[in-house]
Design a protein around this ligand. Sequence first.
Ligand SMILES: *Cc1c(COP(=O)(O)O)cnc(C)c1O
Length: 505
Amino acid sequence: MSEKTTFTGHRGLDHEEQLIFERGRDAACGVDLPAPDSVATRLGGMERNGSVGLPGLSEPEVVRHFVRLSQKNYAIDAGFYPLGSCTMKHNPRLNEKMARLPGFSDVHPLQPTSTVPGALELMSELARWLMELTGMPAVAMSPKAGAHGELCGLMAIRAALEARGEAGTRTRVLVPESAHGTNPATAAACGFTVDAIPATEDGRVDLAAFEAKLGDDVAGIMLTNPNTCGLFERDIRKIADAVHEHGGYFYCDGANFNAIVGRVKPGDLGVDAMHINLHKTFSTPHGGGGPGAGPVVLSEALAPFAPLPYVTSTGGELKLVEDEQSSDADPFGRMVAFHGQMGMFVRALSYMMSHGSDGLRQVAEDAVLNANYVLASLKDVMTASFEGPCMHEALFDDRFLKGTGVETLDFAKAMIDEGYHPMTVYFPLVVHGAMLIEPTETESKETLDEFIGCMADLARSAKAGDKARFENAPELTPRRRLDETTAARKPVLRWTPPAPAQAAE
Ligand SMILES: *Cc1c(COP(=O)(O)O)cnc(C)c1O
């Protein structure tokens, strides 16, 4: 490794980037306008005395700063992104082209609906695909992410319980311990008590423990299928029937729908509500917090409570229902200011239509095949957490690192030196030192072979005692190990200019 220092502090073409405030000059300005004629102030003494404190830079300096920052981002367009549970798949350029058609990209949410029939038709067509693929009779399109969809689903459940006069008594929501953190968080945010269901040795819901928890105070269950261990919950029908027999509802976390799309209809599994992460299953871009879209499909029992606004079709004419007075159902309210993520809707529908029904089925099959290829290729050098094949993601734990002094985190950091974004680590919590790998259907065998080769090499070198390769990793990045906990707990979000005394030194 080169420890060479450079005059500039840059390493090759990888620039050491200052903050824009550190770089800016007070007096500099990117534009060159004549000074205005002096005008009498009308601010009545409220005008600012000091400078605004904006960094002064020329246009090329600003452009270069932000372009260089953007190049420091790792992205699915830059390389393989094996993050389990996040479904980072290639976003086809066709989707982007469609989303940029002015008729979609330039619509304004406050335009009269008579001027946007195409947008309404697209929303209604996407809704039709989602209902067809899930075998469910209704869908709420407006939620803006998976977690927002969970909120929508649980609010619909609460509205249904209120209509039955049981909202006060049904207060408990069952959530398997392998669940994504958003599940218990959503249930708690909706005022329910969260009751965790343990997992069995084979990574699925413990049916006996689940049955023992059923009772008159249960509002429902939130279950992910395939679950976050990448495994299909074989008892899902039994679970759905038992919840229904006890008067509860079945919320399915559909974030992993990409493993079963075109093969299984959640409606056949007894689901009452399920969010679909368009940004996972249907390829719309995500990462860094958005944008996403989390439409929620609903059963007959919950459909009347779907939130406003929604598109209906009467005699072939599409209408946007925006308020309770014009609704003939019982909406629980509204979740967003407008209609949902139009750009994501266009991309998702493009993806669906360009694949067709047979292509979508192949998406699931290839995603599962790729994950199993990774699992089978690495299970002898790493340790697979569960016996047998997986669905769309392969779960390993840290047993293969036992006694090496290398931990899951070190292993992940060493992957960065090799040019790989690490997989999801320490999630799900049900296995020790988890490493969750989701290749998705968009990666070629060659890409997977390179990745597998690298992972196997790292695993062998950890076992051979080459601790140095891990404990200092990453060594080839502009920054090494960060104190991520402090960064998350005490983020420094505001730049403060250096004190004048220090500057004078
Ligand atoms: C991604 C994910 C969520 C949350 O979805 P967001 O769109 O990120 O809000 C919920 N559950 C599971 C299993 C997920 O993978």
